[in-house]
Design a protein around this ligand. Structure first.
Ligand code: ATP
Length: 353
């Protein structure tokens, strides 16, 4: 069953058309993530789902009943939607247990106390009932904010940049923990983030918004490996777009040499195309004829990310395990290894053919 369905949503502020024809679906228990540059309309869309923003046109369905369309809009408190924001917004004068049970005023004292115990266990903070927000770290406060949003068992949870004020290491850990928690609770959730690692760690479905349009709504794997739009390819991963021309017999003349891939067979010979090169598509290989000079090296923990200038002047990126280090200025061989060859028509954003 579909828990959340957005159908061709348009939202404008006066003459500004901010959300343009967004359609997406989340099934019961799925976690979705909206990615995209600042100002592309992510928060506006989330506010519309929560009921704080009217639509110009389109439909929002939760559990197959309409909560917003052009004619009527259900009040936020009638939607069964919980929200978690970036700035925690815990009540400073209430202790942890009162913060968590705040949205459960209709439940009995016993039910409230049982739910608080259960959630404190699930977020790994048992026994924190009597602490006040100022006695908690940022990560602990954010876990409590999440527990508060989950306490009344919402039909849908919306999270707007929930980890952005935390440091990178904590963010990564919380993203994994929060995914586990949401899965245990069986909650359907939609998250807005700038951070693609966070989106990849959490999401069953993810999408990239650009200037109000949702360019692709897909699994994180498909977004990374099969972007359907150049802007998605640009936004996700450290991809570089190179130019080439399709030859007869499904090969591609390119700055990396002649590349062969079954997907090229569908494109007429002579078609100029752009194709995506991810850092994991090129493997250092001393025997390869394709050579380049290392311009920069960035340490990424398990891997180094190298910027390499090919003889043609084209710059590409490649990843290599950090224990086999190459020095800046060295000339190295590279072997193309494309699992998927993602090709775009040279002067369009969409796939050719
Ligand atoms: P960020 O990642 O920076 O939070 P976002 O993708 O969430 O950005 P929104 O907050 O949805 O973007 O804003 C989208 C655009 O709509 C922005 O240009 C913003 O200035 C504009 N906007 C948002 N709310 C209003 C409003 N109430 N009136 C007029 N313009 C608005």
């Amino acid at each position: 069953m579909s828990r959340l369905q957005l159908d061709n949503i348009h939202i404008s502020f006066g003459a500004l058309h901010i959300v343009r024809g967004v359609t997406l679906e989340l099934k019961q228990g799925e976690i979705g993530c909206l990615l995209g540059p600042s100002g592309c309309g992510k928060t506006t869309l989330l506010r519309a789902i929560a009921g704080f923003q009217a639509l110009q046109s389109g439909f929002i369905h939760i559990d197959d009943s309409s909560v917003s369309d052009e004619k009527h809009t259900l009040a936020p408190e009638q939607r069964g939607v919980g929200m978690v924001f970036q700035d925690f917004a815990l009540f400073p004068h209430l202790n942890v247990e009162d913060n968590i049970s705040f949205g459960m005023r209709k439940a009995s004292a016993i039910e409230r106390s049982k739910r608080v115990d259960e959630l404190l266990d699930r977020i790994g903070l048992p026994g924190y009932h009597k602490r006040f927000p100022h006695e908690l770290s940022g990560g602990q406060q954010q876990r409590i904010a999440l527990a508060r949003a989950l306490a009344p068992k919402p039909r849908l949870l919306l999270l707007d940049e929930p980890f952005s004020s935390l440091d990178a290491e904590l963010r990564e850990r919380l993203a994994v923990e929060v995914r586990e928690l949401l899965k245990k609770e069986g909650i359907t959730a939609l998250l807005v983030t700038h951070d693609q690692q966070e989106a990849f760690a959490m999401a069953d479905k993810a999408g990239v918004m650009y200037q109000g349009e949702l360019l692709q709504w897909d699994t994180p794997y498909q977004l990374y490996h099969q972007p359907k739009h150049q802007l998605v390819a640009d936004f996700i991963g450290h991809g570089v777009l190179l130019q080439g021309t399709v030859n007869t017999e499904g090969s591609l003349a390119s700055p990396l040499g002649m590349l062969e891939h079954p997907s090229l067979l569908q494109i007429p010979a002579g078609t100029p195309v752009s194709f995506l090169v991810r850092p994991d598509d090129l493997v250092p290989d001393p025997t390869s004829r394709l050579r380049g000079t290392i311009k920069a090296r960035g340490f990424r923990g398990a891997h180094n990310l190298y910027t390499i200038e090919l003889a043609s002047g084209v710059e590409i990126l490649t990843l290599s395990p950090s224990h086999e280090e190459f020095t800046v200025g060295a000339n190295i061989g590279l072997r193309p290894e494309f699992d998927h060859l993602v090709v775009f028509a040279a002067d369009h954003c969409e796939l050719p053919g």
